[in-house]
Design a protein around this ligand. Structure first.
Ligand code: HEM
Length: 218
């Protein structure tokens, strides 16, 4: 089996960055805020400043990785379809990437920009975003809600081109179960059966391939 190494590395970067950004927000909201609020004002301020100084670097790096890996991922996913528009619209319409995929990508991209803005404001020090930090708990909850919806959208996007593999396997198994029983070993083959022996290939492999497909070089 051939592996798509570039795709795997990009996916790894994308998911690691998403884990860091969303996991960090979840930790702050569920574990850090409560005990932090019980500290004396001066200690709490120092702790907050220390956390923000370190966390802002993680946030910036995660945003960079998500943007770069996400955009490349999108281009790599749609390229085979956009370079063979006719083929996938006329002959293999069931395989074309639906418009919903691109719409979901746009929604996801806009939501990601909002998440990035709120995460940067919460981890930053600028005066313009001080209002967001003053109501940090509420903004953090809102950001987490957006992130949950965004991850759900990503899953749906993926299923548009990877397809329901499990259901396909079940379909094949069902067809095999309903197929007529194979002839006994050594017995005559059923009428119309393709001869099988050294040098013969399954019917699908012998079928002529006359597709004019442009496979992008990565
Ligand atoms: C908070 C920010 C983001 C989070 C939490 C996030 C999360 C995810 C996750 C978990 C997946 C994997 C889905 C799967 O493999 O099942 C994914 C895939 C993807 N993401 Fe993101 N993402 C974010 C931002 C972005 C951005 C900014 C872009 C575009 C610039 C982007 C583009 C993509 C693309 C194209 C895929 C592949 C979808 C597919 O398989 O068709 N993501 N994202």
């Amino acid at each position: 089996m051939e592996l798509d190494y570039l795709g795997i590395v990009l996916r790894w970067f994308h998911i690691m960055a998403a884990i860091a950004l969303v996991g960090g927000a979840l930790f702050q909201k569920l574990a850090l805020f409560g005990p932090c609020g019980e500290l004396p004002e001066e200690t709490r301020q120092r702790l907050n400043d220390g956390i923000r100084r370190r966390w802002s670097k993680v946030v910036m790096l995660a945003i960079l990785f998500l943007l770069v890996s996400g955009l490349i991922n999108y281009i790599l996913t749609i390229r085979p379809y956009t370079q063979n528009v006719k083929l996938f619209q006329n002959d293999y319409s069931e395989l074309k990437l639906p418009r919903a995929y691109h719409i979901l990508f746009c929604i996801k991209f806009l939501m990601a920009l909002v998440i990035f803005f709120i995460a940067s404001a919460l981890a930053g020090r600028g005066r313009a975003t001080a209002g967001i930090r003053a109501k940090a708990a509420g903004w953090l909850s809102f950001n987490l809600l957006l992130a949950v919806v965004l991850v759900a959208i990503s899953g749906v996007m993926r299923s548009y081109h990877t397809g329901p593999n499990v259901m396909k396997v079940i379909d094949v198994l069902k067809q095999e179960t309903n197929a007529p029983p194979a002839p006994p070993l050594g017995g005559p083959p059923p009428a119309g059966a393709q001869p099988v022996g050294p040098g013969t290939k399954p019917a699908t492999e012998n079928a002529p391939m006359d597709l004019d497909v442009k496979v992008p070089e990565f």
